[in-house]
Write a protein that binds this ligand. Sequence first.
Ligand code: ADP
Ligand code: MG
Length: 379
Amino acid sequence: MTDNPTTGTWSAPGRVNLIGEHTDYNDGFVLPFAIEFRTAVALQTRTDGRIRVTSSFSSDAAEVAVSDLAALFPDRRDEVPEWARYPLGVAWALLEATGVDVASVPGVDLSFSSDVPVGAGLSSSAAIEGATASALNDVWGLGLDCVSLAKVGRRAENEAVGAPTGIMDQMASMLGRADAATFLDCRSLQTESVDLGFAGAGLELLVIDTKVTHAHSTGGYRERRASCEQGAAIMGVPALRDLTVDDLARAQELMDDVTFRRVRHVVTEDQRVLDTVETLRSAGPRGIGQLLDASHASMRDDFEPSVAALDLGIDPTRAAGAIGARMTGGGFGGAAIALIDHSLVASVTAAVERAFADAGYATPHIFTVHPSEGARRDV
Ligand code: ADP
Ligand code: MG
């Protein structure tokens, strides 16, 4: 224990989900990749057994005794500012997961800074969770692996924050690799790294942040999850993951139209993830455009989480020559992605900005992202 670090900087990235939307909480498949935007935490141990969190994101700091975390979460979480529930919730979930004696771990000061856009569907929440989990795992000498740290992040978000999210974001942020995506089976939590080869193929992945904000804990997301659970129950399976495209005809007979369309999205989306992995490996990234487009159409028509601004981000990219485009990150506001030729970055950006201006929306934030390394210790 004596050689645990007492100071240092750790960081974890946001992520883009290439394909596999609303499949994670249905035990299905997703294909996200970590991006170069990161949340960093500077850590310093302290001798009084307290944990204090500050962030460039908020002027509200929070401080509690490490030994009080168990009483704080989940019931008394209102006593700390909302943002602080992410890092303090991770500290709490780490203690719960390991059963380590709270008296044996040092207090810490955690100071966060980040360039991950917040609430844009790029998972700034997984980035702050991943940075915190990685730092405390090392400093408290807990010895958890990346998958366990991802689970800790999810537990913090579910129980300490109260947002009912799946495991995808945390796994992507923990396990990312440069130039690759993380193919994740959300049931077994088995992962495979899948080379993307965007740069080699002369491609860029453009993110169009519509700046329409989303909130996971509000109605639409919960409602979709409930429809999925209902659909699985009607079909007599533990999760929609257990259905295939061949089961859809029977599903249509057994359930109401809305539930059926939610189910159809998830079942076909699982298949599209598998097809995307296969296509990336056999034909490379230029082959996946149609799968991205089909994913978007399925989200738009069957799952219906989209807002008008997202279609506004997608349609002009196609007209301007994108290989494929889709909404990402859940679709209640947030961001769209488009896979485009490197030479088209400026013209596609201009086309989307023009479409937003013509429709009277605020200028979207448009930027490229590159598949990058996951959580790590920096210094
Ligand atoms: P997303 O993950 O899509 O960016 P979420 O609503 O899941 O959006 O998470 C955003 C919330 O996470 C913020 O409102 C804030 O509470 C917290 N958060 C994210 N990054 C930071 C940060 N660097 N510092 C403080 N809080 C953060
Ligand atoms: Mg989030």
